[in-house]
Write a protein that binds this ligand. Structure first.
Ligand code: DHB
Ligand code: MG
Length: 221
């Protein structure tokens, strides 16, 4: 799906501007070696997450969908010394690979991986009465996108940042028959972002190694 020039340009931008380091490259390699899908955020998107964490001054991050920890490491690097990150992962194998990567990146003291269905973890986090989150990144099963957005509003503080990955899905937002499993969840989430009384949102389209896709950026009001 991605055009060769999009991939080449992304590689150029990575080399000239983004500069992913050894720990991030190792995270990609370990995922491939473990037979995991190469569906992590692109390096330029990962660095955007880090910069958004820094620009917003976030101290407490919630991530839904860990995979091999690539975005986890980018966001974790944006945290101050006393910052923390909770990341939700469904598959034990993914969590195991991610933990090795996060620890190798020097973030073992800041990051907590919660294993299991994210909807259960999110309910548990509320039960635990934790301090509200400052920054929430949603990048998991697309069918639950709207439920994850609702949880983000419940668990985030006023003024918190919410980022939702995969908002264009190769144009399936206009042609849901392209992917009847995932497109409805993505479209529902976009509708909710536009209508939710406590969310102000925009959506950016992207091209690159991940094809034609995009992300939503929202603020909890
Ligand atoms: C898929 C999931 C993602 O989060 C993504 O960014 C790209 C692809 C997938 O499930 O295919
Ligand atoms: Mg994604």
């Amino acid at each position: 799906k991605p055009r060769p020039e999009w991939i080449a340009t992304e590689e150029f931008l990575s080399r000239v501007v983004v500069h992913p380091d050894h720990a991030l490259e190792q995270a990609i390699r370990s995922a491939a070696e473990a037979g995991m899908p190469a569906i992590e955020v692109a390096p330029n998107a990962g660095k955007l997450l880090m910069l958004l964490v820094q620009l917003s001054g976030a101290r407490r991050i919630l991530e839904i969908g860990t995979l091999a920890g690539f975005s986890t490491i980018w966001m974790g690097r944006g945290l101050p010394a006393n910052g923390t990150l909770v990341t939700c992962e469904f598959l034990p194998k993914h969590a195991e690979v991610a933990w090795a990567n996060i620890d190798f990146a020097g973030l073992g003291q800041k990051v907590e991986i919660r294993l299991g269905p994210a909807l259960e973890t999110l309910a548990a986090l509320e039960e635990e009465g934790r301090e509200p989150f400052d920054f929430i990144f949603i990048d998991a099963d697309k069918e639950n996108n709207s439920r994850y957005l609702d949880w983000a509003v419940r668990l985030g503080r006023r003024g918190a940042t919410v980022v939702l990955d995969n908002t264009i899905w190769e144009g399936a937002v206009l042609e849901p028959d392209m992917d009847p499993v995932n497109a409805p969840g993505i479209i529902d989430a976009l509708t909710l972002l536009g209508e939710h009384p406590r969310l102000d949102a925009t959506v950016i389209q992207t091209v690159g190694s991940k094809g034609w896709d995009g992300f939503a950026l929202a603020r909890i009001t």
